[in-house]
Design a protein around this ligand. Structure first.
Ligand SMILES: C[S@@+](CC[C@H](N)C(=O)[O-])C[C@H]1O[C@@H](n2cnc3c(N)ncnc32)[C@H](O)[C@@H]1O
Length: 177
């Protein structure tokens, strides 16, 4: 396989092909995040399939969640992690300004343009997760991510969650300590 500048991409190409494949968030982690923000469940998942949606309202590729209005819902966002991720963080920042609470689970790529344009100095909350999230692949199997994850929120949160150390545990957790 041809090496790339990013060793994680070389050795874990499947996880980075998430624009095409549906690497889903463990439902237990999403439920834990909702509780951490002080409510029972999210209202909208703007990028999902019917099988992977984490909220009763959701948009699929056919709907194009980037072209839809999200505010004023409580939104859970696990976007495609390819080059398009910056379009999703820009949209999340915009919808946060319009009154949505957007809670995103994204990879902690703090050296990127989108991080500094949309997250650093713009998000209402940033919590780095301990351990690795075990995302659920298209065949139903779970694999620890080859990257660290961070929870980023934009928009009005009624409750500020505690530190994130305890957010991933049990079946939602995996990978290295
Ligand atoms: C990383 S998966 C997350 C799935 C689910 N939301 C979850 O958290 O388990 C990203 C999803 O975004 C979908 N997607 C990609 N582009 C989209 C778009 N423009 N509008 C809506 N969904 C899109 C993909 O089909 C995929 O299902």
């Amino acid at each position: 396989m041809k090496p790339t500048a990013d060793p994680a991409r070389t050795f874990w190409p499947a996880l980075f092909a998430s624009e095409r494949e549906d690497w889903a968030t463990p439902p237990a982690l999403v439920a834990q995040l909702a509780r951490a923000f002080g409510f029972e469940a999210f209202e909208l998942d703007p990028c999902a399939t019917a099988a992977s949606a984490k909220a009763p309202r959701f948009f699929t590729l056919e709907d194009d969640g980037l072209g839809q209005a999200w505010a004023p819902a409580r939104v859970f966002l696990n976007p495609p992690y390819g080059r398009v991720i910056g379009s999703w963080t820009a949209k999340a920042k915009l919808e946060g300004a319009r009154g949505a609470l957007v809670v995103a689970l994204i990879h902690a790529r703090t050296d990127t343009g989108w991080w500094h344009r949309d997250v650093e100095g713009h998000a209402t909350l940033i919590r780095f997760l301990r351990r690795r999230v075990r995302f659920i692949g298209p065949n139903g199997g779970a694999q620890p991510a080859p990257f660290p994850s961070v929870v980023v929120a934009w928009g009005p949160a009624h409750r500020t969650p505690d530190l994130a150390g305890s957010w991933i545990r049990g079946e939602a957790a995996g990978g290295q300590e």
